[in-house]
Design a protein around this ligand. Structure first.
Ligand code: ADP
Length: 586
């Protein structure tokens, strides 16, 4: 499931085809319209060079004053037409560019959110953010270049060479003698640019990951005095990227540079080859001027198109990476013929469940039952597999063998949406988004009436601290809820769970670090919440295990004992050891 080796260089035309089929085809109408305007704009160059003929032959050399008016009028008309066409095509192409980048970004986000936990474990958030922002941005550069006239330039070249050929096809051929010299170096340069662009994108992904980690872990960074270390690493990577980008810029600039050389050769060859015809008067001044104007006007579009090929190489490196991501398929998907989720409060059962992460066995035949509507506490040393039980229940990961069922229906037999709709998860690390308190509690629900909301706030004891917040429910909670204390965050998570109102509750006390007062408040909120729901709790507090209907003792991926607190203590064994070491009296 990892990203394909970057050593393989896919065919760039294949990438263009992929882009076309998935994103551009549906914009055909807009693209066609833009092309019409590009063609109009581009053809005006040819018209302009063509107008040199009457301007010189009839007006300047011929002295025909009458022709002056229409020649001047026509030239003005050409410029005016070009202006309108240019603005229109730019707006149209900008729109296509916006729509395609928006589509790619949305698709990538939706796709990445669907991918399994194992994918996200090996791909850092910063890296993925860089793919969505940076790589799609690099693709967008193609559009910007197109918008600044690549399409128009193609048309312009056709018309300009049309004019040149109409004057003299042999001269035109002579002007192009340098072209074959261009091919091999241009191809080498393109590969060079593409290779460097890839490395640059990799370093950018690394940089994003670094930044993300620094800001995510700003407290450990400060406490471990890692500022200078992080600063240096960041600087080294930035320097590396600069070096690579400079190489890429050289490669990109060298392509139009080659075109300059080729054009120079062409010009000289025509002058030498056609000079005698000009001197002998075989060609009129108008012919000569039209030819050289066409050739002169062709330089710029040629150079821009040369530069475009470099831009395309950079974009191709990014498109490749985007495509690689989109080609990865999630393994945890809905079953072909899903069963309905259990209607009531379900009984949860694990039957001989085995799960390995790679070669490491994590669950080795775990079996237990959590009765409907009751609270079951999972206890065990760190690493025993308690969180993994939550993960197999919510299908964040699939088991290798055995069954995980809710009222007899296997977790993999219903759709992921139905399955996950059964659970509310409350943990100490409850994720809060950088939004208002209200948005964090509602999480997108829009049909919650004020009384229900108030009841949830009261039951979760959010109402207790609400008056102390400057803007009440509208107060921003800060990045990851940093404006709130641990206990307050947990109460927000409980309020969420109350509104979510699911039949199963998964509680994780794992990193519990609440003071006694918060603890009591949170506990009371949790008691209210777990009423009438099947509750599984990873327990670290004595109060929790005492209150549980059943305690499941896990050790090294297996369930080694079950019972109530008193029964288990009386039996001695793993639980008695754990009790001595782990459960604090509170
Ligand atoms: P607990 O919650 O009881 O502390 P976990 O269920 O989190 O234990 O983990 C059980 C074992 O599985 C641990 O040894 C842990 O290192 C390993 N583990 C957990 N998640 C992964 C993973 N995604 N990849 C590899 N090993 C994992």
């Amino acid at each position: 499931m990892s990203i394909a080796s970057r050593d393989s260089i896919p065919d760039p035309r294949g990438l263009l085809g992929w882009l076309w089929r998935n994103y551009l085809r549906k914009r055909t109408g807009l693209l066609l319209l833009a092309m019409v305007f590009m063609a109009i704009e581009g053809s005006m160059f040819g018209m302009l060079s063509y107008m040199m003929k009457p301007m010189f032959d009839q007006v300047l050399v011929g002295g025909n004053a009458g022709a002056l008016v229409w020649v001047a009028g026509a030239i003005f008309g050409i410029f005016a037409f070009r202006a309108v066409a240019s603005v229109t095509q730019k707006v149209l192409l900008t729109r296509v560019s916006q729509l395609t980048t928006q589509d790619i970004r949305q698709d990538l986000l939706a796709h990445l959110m669907r991918l399994d936990g194992s994918f996200h474990q090996v791909h850092a958030p910063g890296h993925l953010m860089q793919r969505i922002e940076g790589d799609v941005g690099a693709v967008n550069k193609v559009w910007q270049t197109l918008i600044t006239g690549a399409g128009r330039d193609v048309v312009a070249l056709f018309t300009l060479f049309g004019v040149a050929i109409s004057v003299d096809w042999r001269w035109t051929a002579a002007a192009l003698v340098g072209v074959p010299l261009l091919v091999a170096p241009a191809m080498i340069l393109q590969r060079f640019v593409r290779g460097n662009a890839r490395i640059s994108r990799d370093i950018s992904a690394g940089l994003s990951t670094r930044l993300n980690e620094v800001f995510h872990g700003i407290v450990p960074v400060k406490l471990n005095q890692l500022e200078r270390y992080q600063y240096k690493r960041y600087r080294t990577m930035t320097r590396d990227r600069n070096r690579i980008d400079l190489r890429s810029a050289f490669g990109q600039a060298a392509i139009p540079g080659l075109i300059d050389l080729m054009s120079g050769v062409g010009f000289v060859v025509v002058l030498i080859y056609g000079g005698s015809e000009i001197i002998s008067g075989e060609k009129t001044v108008g012919d000569t001027m039209a030819f050289f104007t066409a050739l002169g006007l062709a330089f710029e579009p040629l150079r821009r198109l040369g530069a475009f090929s470099g831009v395309w190489q950079v974009a191709a490196a990014s498109i490749e990476r985007i495509k690689e991501l989109l080609d990865i398929t999630p393994e945890l998907v809905d079953p072909a013929d899903p069963k309905p989720a259990p209607a009531g409060v379900p009984r949860i059962a694990l039957e001989d469940v085995r799960l390995d992460y790679g070669d490491t066995p994590v669950l080795r035949g775990a079996s237990f039952v959590a009765e409907a509507g009751q609270t079951t506490a999972l206890v065990g040393a760190s690493g025993a597999g308690k969180s993994t039980v939550f993960n197999v229940l919510t299908r964040l990961v699939d088991v290798q063998s055995g069954r995980v069922t809710l009222d007899g229906t296997g977790v993999a037999e219903m759709t992921l949406a139905d399955l996950r709709g059964l659970f509310s998860v409350v943990s100490q690390e409850s994720l809060l988004f950088d939004e208002t308190l209200e948005e964090n509690i509602l999480l997108g629900q829009t049909d919650v009436d004020p009384e229900r909301m108030q009841a949830a706030l009261d039951a979760a004891h959010v109402s207790d601290f609400l008056p102390r917040l400057p803007e009440g429910l509208k107060s921003p909670v800060g990045p990851r809820g940093s404006n709130l204390s641990g206990g307050q965050r947990q109460r927000v998570a409980i309020a969420r769970a109350i509104l979510r109102d699911t039949p199963v509750l998964l509680l994780d006390e794992a990193t519990s670090a609440l003071d006694a007062q918060s603890e009591a408040v949170v506990q009371s909120a949790l008691d209210t919440l777990s009423e009438g729901r099947t509750t599984l709790v990873i327990a670290h507090r004595l109060a929790t295990v005492r209150r549980a209907h059943k305690i499941v003792v896990m050790d090294n991926g297996r369930v080694v004992d079950e019972g109530t607190h008193d029964e288990l203590l009386a039996r001695g064994g793993v639980y008695a050891d754990l009790h001595r070491l782990q459960f604090s009296e509170d």
